[in-house]
Each structure stands twice: as C-alpha cells, then as structure tokens.
Ligand binder design. Sequence first.
Ligand code: ZN
Ligand code: MN
Length: 254
Amino acid sequence: MSTVWMNQLSWLDYEARIKRDQPPIFLPVGALEQHGPHLPLGTDGLLSAAVAADTAALVGGLVAPTLSYGYKSQPKCGGGQHFCGTTSVDAATLIGSVRDAVREFARHGATKLVIVNGHYENQWFLIEGIDLGLRDLGPATKLQVMRLEYWDFLTEATLASVFPNGFPGFALEHAAVIETSMMLHYHSSLVRIDLIPDDGPADFPPYDVYPTRKNWVPLSGVLSSAKGSSAQKGAVMAAELAERMAAAVSHEFS
Ligand code: ZN
Ligand code: MN
C-alpha cells in the first residue's frame, strides 16, 4: 500500500490511513488551457499533480484526484479564452468545487489539506472556496488547510540558473521555460520540443480591455520563449519544489 494516489485505495484502506497516520491530503488544481504548440492542454494539472505526488511521498501524504478545470484564462498569464481547447469554469463553479472538497475531506476525518495550485488564474477562487468550506464546518473543525502556488517554492538561486538571461516573471511564464522543463522531466513523451515557438516576451499595457484584445497575445499562445528548456532544469526544479513544499507542510502540520 505504498501508493500516494487516493483514487487507487479502497475506502477501507483510505479510512485506515486517515485514522492511523492523519496523512496530509494533497488536492492538485489545474486547468484545461492552451499551452502553445509544444505542451498539452492539461499541463497545469499534470504539473500540480506531479509536484504534489513527489511532496506527498516525502511526508507520507495522499494525493486526491486533480480538479482539472480552472478559472477563465486571462490574456496576460494564460493567453486568454479565445484559443480552441481552453475550457474554463466560472468562478462560482471553482469556488463550489473547493468548498465541497474541504467539507468532504473534513467529513472523512482528515485534519490536513494541502491545495496545490498550478494555474495562475485560480488563486482567489481557491481562497474563497477554502474560506466558505471552513465557515460551513464551523470553529470546532480540526481541519487545517494550506494553499500554495507551487512555483513560489523555487529559490532565487534556482531561477537565476534556469534563466541565465533574466527571469521574465511568473505571469509570462506560460508554456515557457519553467512549465516546459518540468514537463520534460515528468512527462517527456507529451512535449513536442521541435514545435517550441520563438515568440519573445509578450508586451502588455498596464490595463485590461473587455472583450479582450486577441491581438495582444502571440498567435502561438506562448507568452515568453520556451527555448532554453531542458529536462535537467526540470529535474532540478522538481527536486527543489518537493523538498521545500515538504518542509513547509511538516512545519505547519507537525
Ligand atoms: Zn500553465
Ligand atoms: Mn494556466
């Protein structure tokens, strides 16, 4: 019974783990969103799940199935909603899914829930879902929830080595060096390295317009170049993320 994947356990094995170990339950959250010509639509969820699984293995945790649909893609961080394949949910839908998950894991007797976000646009709606879920449970609940964006665990030293010409910032890091390198590490068969486009960093004005301006976004959907990605960079980042996320989980929930 060494799996970290909750959906591979029977309910009795799961219940026994909850009662015996109080394992942290990791809930990855992603999106179904274009990631350029070279990465799959499910990149955000595949990466949050992979990072969650590596972290769970270090702390004796379990990983619940990924919430695979995210909040609407925004031009400045995900390319926007106009791409074929990008399939998003309203904020209320995502909030409701997280609220339900918080309540259900608490009902199981879990006391430690870690929500691992892999899609920039989800952040505030995850917070709202957690807040409403905890309000439903009331002040007597034993459930504690940690929420994180996995990329925040990368150190400046690692970012400097991954981006020798300067880091463009996490918002423009859409389908670019971090995600492509991490996918080469975790799911190399899903990466079309030969199709990586040359698009330089997208240049956005300091405001938004609605309906969104499609011509602000490179046709490829990539917001900064993925050239310079490598499986080796992905391995370095993946190891750092799991180690530092495990340390944070142990620190908060020990
Ligand atoms: Zn992404
Ligand atoms: Mn995304």
